[in-house]
Design a protein around this ligand. Structure first.
Ligand code: AMP
Length: 501
């Protein structure tokens, strides 16, 4: 089914989206009409099937409506609004963006990157919850997309510095949304609180599309705020939320004397379950969350190339296991060795997946496609084993990525930024353990000119979104090498980990 069809499971007057800051409640009827209206505006602005509609928007109604509308008129390409100008320039060029959508008067870095090449459109929402592109006169008719058309293009960090482009079709996304909805038995009575960004599949598919697919309601604050989280959850009768472990930990940090039903925040009693995904959930955090909020905590396993969910721990009465991401959720999961042989249960190897939610290939990247697909299986780059009950346990990552609170960072991309500094001769970026983020970004450099750590940090601050930039840069005479003279990121990380608070 297409995303427009996915919205058709609720009556016109049912509430689809709530914006808590302005107490705006938008019905399914209005959401469907607005998605079509903005699609018509995009068509009038010159967007047609296959064209990429970039956007740099905070969470909210404009982000949801522009995503749906772009997928009807062309292809949505939502970008992290926190990117710096250089990053926007890369993504706008890489996607060949036809237009860029930003909030009125905001998105300075994105606008500069768009320059004269990419027309900039502003999107706004009035107090009645009506979203529109300002300054676009009229609407053009739009031919509805087919299920195999690409609805969404996102990037994943590659093992080279260059991110890979992931084309997700209407079918990939709607099947994945359906898989999420089935895993948690979502119905029209469910209300999800979307605290994950809408430029990632976690927020888009799990929190939003799965709920809309089931005719439920999505509450969308502009950003995650642990101070107002429970007030919003209580006011709008939230029944579940999904987040990365870092956000769960920030919520836990605010509960004192957790563990008894009386100390639970108001609103927690309505939660059917809490979902955790996109980074490993430490078993202690899972137990603390269950004690503090009184709901089962279900860890899931997602990935952009699978339109998000691949596995999840099930709802009670089936068991959910700490340290496991659960069985495949309508996605086939197997473990493969380096030679491409499927391994029996209990043995460790690479996690490979199969299913109609998985992309058929990256765009314009034959090397990545050749190495990522074996016999119709997609290689995740994660290492794991299936236990006797068919639950997946992830043990490590083969791919070289830093996972900072669910945001994946390619260390090579950071190396390249540092190497572009005239005083830097060698640079190696790596992840170091961090209590809240899981991993934090650090780097070691060898200089060939004069520069201080502060100079290099400032240099990175101008070129890299905050989450990506190294928080410590160790200036050294020689980067630790293996006996054969190779630089191994893991070994470098180990050498410097004790220096990071
Ligand atoms: P992304 O494409 O940003 O969703 O990142 C996908 C990657 O996130 C996976 O390949 C895993 O390495 C990691 N990931 C997702 N869920 C989990 C989880 N529950 N535990 C550990 N790693 C995870």
């Amino acid at each position: 089914m297409t995303l427009a069809q996915l919205l058709e499971n609720a009556p016109d007057d049912k509430i689809a989206i709530i914006l808590p800051e302005r107490d705006i409640r938008l019905s399914y009827g209005a959401l469907r009409a607005q998605a079509q209206a903005v699609a018509g505006q995009l068509a009038a602005a010159g967007v047609s099937r296959g064209d990429r509609v970039a956007s740099a928007l905070p969470n909210g109604l404009p982000a949801i409506v522009s995503f749906l509308a772009a997928s009807v008129a062309g292809t949505a390409a939502p970008l992290n609004p926190a990117y710096k100008e250089d990053e926007f320039r890369f993504y706008l060029e890489d996607t060949a963006a036809k237009v860029l959508i930003v909030p009125p008067g905001e998105g300075e870095a994105a606008r500069r990157a768009a320059g004269v090449r990419v027309p900039v459109l502003e999107i706004d929402v009035d107090d009645a919850g009506t979203v529109g592109l300002t300054g676009v006169a009229g609407r053009n008719p739009v031919t509805p997309p087919s299920t195999d058309d690409v609805a969404l293009v996102l990037h994943t960090s590659g093992s080279t510095g260059r991110p890979k482009r992931v084309p997700l079709t209407h079918a990939n996304l709607s099947i994945s949304a359906q898989n999420v909805a089935r895993s948690y038995a979502l119905t029209g009575d469910d209300v999800s609180l979307c605290v994950m960004p809408l430029f990632h599949v976690h927020g888009l598919v799990a929190s939003t599309l799965a709920t809309l697919r089931s005719g439920g309601t999505v509450v969308v604050p502009a950003k995650f705020n642990p101070l107002s989280f429970w007030r919003v959850a209580d006011q709008y009768r939230v029944t579940w939320y999904s987040a990365v472990p870092t956000l769960h930990q920030l919520l836990l940090a605010r509960v004192a004397g957790a563990g008894s039903a009386s100390s639970r925040p108001a609103g927690a009693e309505r939660l059917r379950f809490i979902r955790s995904c996109s980074a490993a959930l430490p078993p202690q955090v899972m137990h603390d969350l269950e004690a503090a909020f009184g709901a089962p905590v279900l860890e899931a396993y997602g990935m952009t190339e699978a339109a998000h969910q691949m596995a999840s721990n099930p709802l009670p009465p089936r068991a959910h296991k700490a340290g496991s991401v659960g069985p495949g959720t309508d996605v086939r999961i197997s473990i493969m060795d380096k030679e491409g042989r499927h391994l029996p249960r209990g043995q460790e190897g690479e996690v490979v997946i199969q299913g109609p939610n998985v992309i058929r290939g990256y765009e314009n990247n034959p090397e990545a496609n050749a190495s990522s697909f074996v016999d119709g299986w997609f290689r995740t780059g994660d290492q794991g084993r299936l236990d006797a009950d068919g639950y997946l346990h992830l043990v490590a990552r083969i791919k070289e990525l830093i996972n900072r609170g669910g945001e994946k960072i390619s260390p090579r991309e950071i190396d390249e930024v540092l190497l572009a500094h005239p005083a830097v001769a060698e640079a190696v970026c790596f992840g170091v353990p961090h209590a809240t983020w899981g991993e934090e970004v650090a780097a070691a450099v060898v200089l060939r000119g004069a520069a201080s750590e502060a100079d290099l940090l400032a240099y990175c601050r101008e070129r890299l979104a905050d989450y990506k930039r190294p928080k410590h840069i160790h200036i050294t005479d020689a980067i630790p090498r293996t006996a054969t003279g190779k630089i191994q990121r893991g070994a470098v990380a180990k050498a410097y980990t004790q220096h990071v608070p």
